[in-house]
Write a protein that binds this ligand. Structure first.
Ligand code: MRU
Length: 378
């Protein structure tokens, strides 16, 4: 089956991000030396597919956020190592690229996980290194789709439960950033239960946080929910507390870039404030994650998770279209000092539960170990 997501046009003429064979990264159909991605920097204004021909292209795609979202970053690094092997099919050649790719973004642990997985293959003797890496990069993608499906199947129970408790009424979910199909290979993490609920006929509506400064909510989540026909409303980041105070949010579901062994959760900056507001208003705050996002070696998220600091220009400028043309506008004075922390950590005590591909659990070491007993002694 063709994996070119450009082909996933639904009958309404829109890209269908939940189509069974939609992918956010794939090998070019007629040229398997080229990896293709959706250039997410241009959405929602333009849908453009980019070619990655070298591992340096993959590195740039991750660092400059052509692709983003923890699982997709990991998959792109894996395909980057395939491109490195095409150029130099020796363990030394691939190792040189691995060092750089693993550093391209610091917070999402899937990047390190994917690089380590491919490097284990490289360090194991065997024939045809290129084919082995290609197969494993593809396996990482295929597994991610199944993981998201698992998250959706387990997480939908939360939404079904809310729907049962308020028959005839809409189930309102609030989400932050983009933990959707675009952040993974398909279905997303936070969005998978939402998509599955919509498919099962639950009347679900999503409050989409804008997610300054890069606007992954307004530019990506709103776009993909629209493409999938899921009712949603965009709100500014500061609106969540107000919505919760007025009974307009039933549940918050976010993704995560790294979850510690004890259930602390790093996610897009502002997630912690949503968790605080949810706690104050007695609203369940769930985090959806693939097990590839768990950092089994860290315990205290605030102390141990590296928080990426990005270009101040993301804060001082906004990007969009003006009179039909791409436009970049500075909203600050030229000399305003700016800091731009991209992630924050929500302590496990504020998280009602984790939604994983193996089921729901408490945000605690014991909760996670009950689902992943093999990690008791990693
Ligand atoms: O900076 P980004 O866009 O890579 O940040 C993405 C997020 O914070 C997502 O919520 C997270 O990666 C989970 S994606 C399934």
């Amino acid at each position: 089956m063709a994996r070119d997501s450009a082909m996933q046009i639904n009958p309404a003429g829109r890209l269908s991000v939940t189509a069974e064979n939609f992918r956010t990264i794939w090998l070019k159909q007629d040229d398997p030396t080229v990896v293709q991605i959706i250039d997410q920097r241009l959405l929602p204004h333009e849908y453009a597919v980019r070619d990655l021909r070298t591992w340096q292209d993959a590195d740039t795609a991750i660092a400059d956020m052509y692709v983003r979202g923890a699982p997709l970053i990991g998959a792109t690094a894996a395909w980057g190592l395939y491109l490195a092997a095409l150029e130099d099919p020796t363990p030394a050649g691939v190792r040189a690229a691995a060092g750089t790719l693993a550093q391209s973004r610091p917070t999402a642990v899937n990047l390190r996980w994917a690089v380590e997985r491919i490097m284990q293959l490289v360090d194991t003797s065997g024939d045809n290194l290129v084919a082995r890496i290609r197969n494993d990069a593809q396996a990482i993608c295929d597994e991610d789709v199944e993981i998201s499906r698992g998250i959706g199947n387990h997480g939908v129970a939360l939404l079904e439960d809310i729907a049962r408790r308020k028959p005839g009424e809409t189930v309102n979910v609030l989400t932050h950033c983009n933990a959707g199909s675009l952040a993974t290979i398909n279905y997303g993490t936070a969005t998978a239960p939402i998509y599955f609920a919509a498919e099962r006929g639950i009347d679900v509506h999503v409050w989409v946080d804008e997610t300054r400064p890069r606007n992954q909510g307004s530019q990506l989540t709103a776009w993909e929910l629209s493409a999938s026909g899921v009712p949603h409303t965009l709100v500014v980041d500061n609106a969540g507390g107000h919505l919760m105070q007025h009974g307009m949010v039933d549940i918050v579901i976010t993704g995560t870039d790294r979850t510690t062994r004890c259930g602390d959760v790093a996610n897009k900056i502002g997630t912690y404030l949503k968790a605080l507001a949810a706690r104050d208003n007695g609203i369940p705050f769930y985090v959806a994650l693939p097990s590839t996002t768990i950092d089994w070696h860290s315990r205290d998220g605030i102390a141990e998770i590296p928080i990426e600091e990005r270009d101040p220009e993301e804060v001082s400028h906004v990007y969009g279209v003006c009179d039909g043309r791409p436009a970049r506008v500075r909203t600050t004075a030229q000399d305003t000092p700016i800091s731009n922390f991209a992630f924050d950590v929500t302590p496990a005590r504020l998280v009602s539960g984790l939604i994983t591909e193996r089921g729901l659990c408490d945000a605690s070491e014991e909760g996670l170990l009950q689902l992943f007993p093999e990690m008791r002694h990693p």
